[in-house]
Write a protein that binds this ligand. Sequence first.
Ligand code: MG
Length: 218
Amino acid sequence: MQPTITIEGFGTAAVGTIYGIGRNYADHAKELGNQVPVGEPVVFLKAPSSVRALAGGSLAFATESIHHEAELVLRIGQNIPLGTKNPGWAAIDAIGLGLDLTRREKQNDLKTKGLPWTLAKSFTGSSVLSPMIKTSECAGQEHFKFKFAIDGKTLQEGDTRQMIFDVPTLLTFLASFNTLLTGDLIFTGTPAGVGPMKRGDRFTLELMEPHRRWDGVL
Ligand code: MG
């Protein structure tokens, strides 16, 4: 059973490696009491089988308090060999919004112990994804604004201009240690406003331009 995502006007596509970027918005790093990264991004991985559509599907740790992290998600559209400098936006063939669901208490425990974040970040249902939009529909756009709401109450607002490491920088950095493959996904980090959500919560992910509004149920 190969995990897939939906791309508007295309159909489904297989999911490769999922890269997560941590602390990429200064206001979010500060709200969790973390240092803002200097020099290089914080990177972690999520299993492809953690992908979940906007509604329905399994969710591990469903009885725990899980935090929402609304993020712009990129899909790699071509293989990028190790060491490629500045593959740039041309290497991204689709964008969408996602929730990098996080077991915050577990993550805090792991951080305290200096251990990897995997058990807090990568579990069935932890990578919630909207349908993705082909970048060819976005007319060279390189910045995106988005919102996340639960029950109509806006909790997170993002503007990718506020990223500490922008998309071209992230691509060059990731390709400096791994070959990136078609179908890999990048969760680009979350703005401030993260907080708990629970099974059954009705949420909305909204992309401002091009405008899309996606409703989901955890
Ligand atoms: Mg995140």
